[in-house]
Design a protein around this ligand. Structure first.
Ligand SMILES: Cc1cc2nc3c(=O)[nH]c(=O)nc-3n(C[C@H](O)[C@H](O)[C@H](O)COP(=O)(O)OP(=O)(O)OC[C@H]3O[C@@H](n4cnc5c(N)ncnc54)[C@H](O)[C@@H]3O)c2cc1C
Length: 512
């Protein structure tokens, strides 16, 4: 099978290239009514009337804003009442399915860069965000990856976090504070892993990461509480590593995106619809079947009612559910390029919060043991969070629920912790939670950009445990691919879906 040429078309270009005429593309300058009452308004005259009406309302609000700066408008209402997502959109330029940190970052970057130029609508099924990966994550940011792409994305993330108060600040509200705890990661390696750790360090140094390799003796001296008997080498981060509050980042991106005009709609994407376009030929598609352009999402509202939203471009940013949502667009069940599923599924991961009065305290970096067991400080009162992913061959816990298996701590986490940090032989599990990784079963890395057949269907998913810190970079990259037609800030071209078609894995050695 031939793989289509890797071109990121802007949506203006895209619609012209594909059909030779303007189809579903909505001019960036066109504005759609936020509260169009029903399907009947697809009548062109009524729709034009609605657009004009909407422009007048917006003009009125702007004029009122000039003379009465404190007056309430729809945007501040949305921010103050985040659960009231009722501004239904019939049409949009960019539809984002999933309003977690990734979807919200994409909305923010699109609108920060092109304010007022396009209708960005985000469909989010659960605005309480209690079960999404973002809010259940450990909030870690690190530069210690083996792939240049992952390092670049985390560097971008670290810089963005510094700029967050300015870039996501909203007039009249406190600037967002993600409560960043600067503390390096300490990756440890046994004899067999030392070479890989050194190679990773070299890649990191080439990209300007500040960290240091420590021998067994140096580790013993620097961290006297660490058991180094089976350790050969460690790598300690000196800058741009630590952890922060995931909810604050999500909320900051979402609130600012709303302030910039994004429409957040509460509802669940349950199906896609297509328009047959026999005059369009897709490079690499040898199925011989007419091209079916995906252009509508069926959304089930809280009330059970189903509505359709027409889009020019759609981004699947559904975290662990992304593979399932892609299936609804026939990704994985169609002919030719559509035969390959989006390899993203939920994988349950436990996080245990332990109290250990004799633990290393503030001296503890974010330790990653060679067994994959991790531990970091949580506050200053002798509390820590820890966990680990199942090893190859170990059973994956069921993702049917968010229950925690406490035996997993006793059998799979604690023995490694107690071995590495003997003071942790005495500890008490205070609480625990489970979250679902958006796990890429193909190569555990991000899948970013358009599908080679559905050129207007983008993926931003598959982060497998490191998506929170990559969210700003993803927002930037999707914005560049979609609107500017090329990646200019970071070369993430190896992370496109095309690698799945050709079976080329891009493997990261530092998956936690
Ligand atoms: C236990 C744990 C620890 C982690 N630790 C870290 C870490 O230390 N550092 C790090 O960088 N990353 C970490 N991660 C990974 C990180 O949290 C995720 O990669 C990232 O949050 C993914 O963001 P997302 O927006 O894609 O997904 P989510 O946060 O899951 O958001 C997806 C959203 O899509 C919505 N949705 C799903 N289906 C639909 C639908 N059909 N219609 C409408 N909406 C839908 C969901 O309701 C959800 O709000 C961790 C993850 C877990 C689970």
């Amino acid at each position: 099978m031939r793989v289509s040429r890797l071109v990121y078309r802007s949506f203006l270009q895209g619609s012209k290239l594909l059909s030779g005429r303007s189809t579903q593309f909505t001019s960036p300058l066109a504005s759609y009514s936020r509260n169009v009452p029903g399907e009947k308004d697809f009548n062109p005259i009524k729709r034009t009337g609605n657009i004009l009406k909407n422009d007048l309302i917006r003009l009125k609000n702007e004029v009122i804003g000039i003379f009465h700066p404190g007056s309430e408008n729809q945007q501040t209402k949305d921010i103050d009442e985040p659960h009231k997502y009722y501004s239904w959109q019939h049409n949009c330029d960019v539809l984002i399915v999933g309003g977690g940190v990734i979807g919200s970052s994409i909305a923010f970057f699109l609108l920060e860069n092109f304010p007022g130029a396009m209708n960005v609508t985000v469909i989010e099924k659960d605005p309480t965000y209690t079960k999404c990966a973002t809010t259940l994550s450990c909030g870690g940011l690190r530069q210690q990856f083996s792939l240049p792409e992952n390092i670049l994305m985390s560097q971008f993330g670290a810089k963005f976090l510094r700029e967050l108060p300015r870039r996501c600040g909203i007039e009249g509200m406190d600037p967002p504070d993600v409560q960043f705890h600067p503390q390096g990661y300490l990756f440890l390696a046994t004899e067999s892993g030392a070479e890989q750790l050194t190679l990773n360090h070299d890649v990191q140094m080439d990209l300007g990461v500040k960290n240091v390799l420590l021998t067994k003796e140096q580790l013993q001296k620097r961290f006297p509480w660490l058991n180094t008997e089976d350790i050969e080498l460690g790598c300690l981060g000196l800058e741009n590593e630590g952890w922060f509050d995931p909810w604050t980042l999500l909320n900051a991106l979402r609130s600012k995106a709303i302030a910039l005009g994004a429409h957040y709609v509460q509802g669940e994407g349950v199906g896609f619809e297509f328009t047959e376009m026999p005059d369009v030929i897709i490079s690499g598609d040898d199925s011989g079947l007419p091209y079916n352009r995906v252009n509508k999402l069926v959304v089930r509202l809280e009330t059970g009612e189903e509505r359709k939203v027409t889009f020019s471009n759609c981004v699947i940013a559904c975290g662990p559910s992304s593979g399932h949502i892609a299936e609804l667009a026939n990704v994985g069940s169609g002919p030719g390029m559509l035969a390959f599923p989006l390899p993203v599924e939920p994988r349950k991961r436990y996080v245990f919060n332990v109290h250990c009065p004799k633990g290393p305290g503030i001296d503890l970096p974010f330790v990653i043991d060679p067994t994959g067991t991790y531990v970091r400080r949580e506050g200053y009162g002798g509390n820590y969070i820890c966990g680990r992913s199942p090893h190859e061959g170990e059973p994956e816990p069921s993702t049917a629920n968010f229950d925690v298996d406490h035996d997993f701590f006793d059998q799979c986490v604690w023995p490694h912790l107690a071995h590495r940090i003997p003071a942790m032989q005495e500890l008490k599990v205070k609480s625990s939670w489970a979250g679902h990784y958006d796990y890429n079963t193909f190569d555990q890395n991000a899948i970013l950009g358009p599908h080679p057949y559905h050129h207007n269907l983008y993926f931003a998913t598959g982060f497998s445990g490191h998506g929170l810190q990559q969210a700003p970079a993803v927002g930037q990259a999707i914005m560049e691919m979609m609107v500017e037609g090329q990646l200019t800030t970071m070369d993430l071209s190896r992370f496109t879906f095309d690698r799945i078609l050709v079976g080329h894995k891009v493997l990261e050695s530092n998956i936690v």
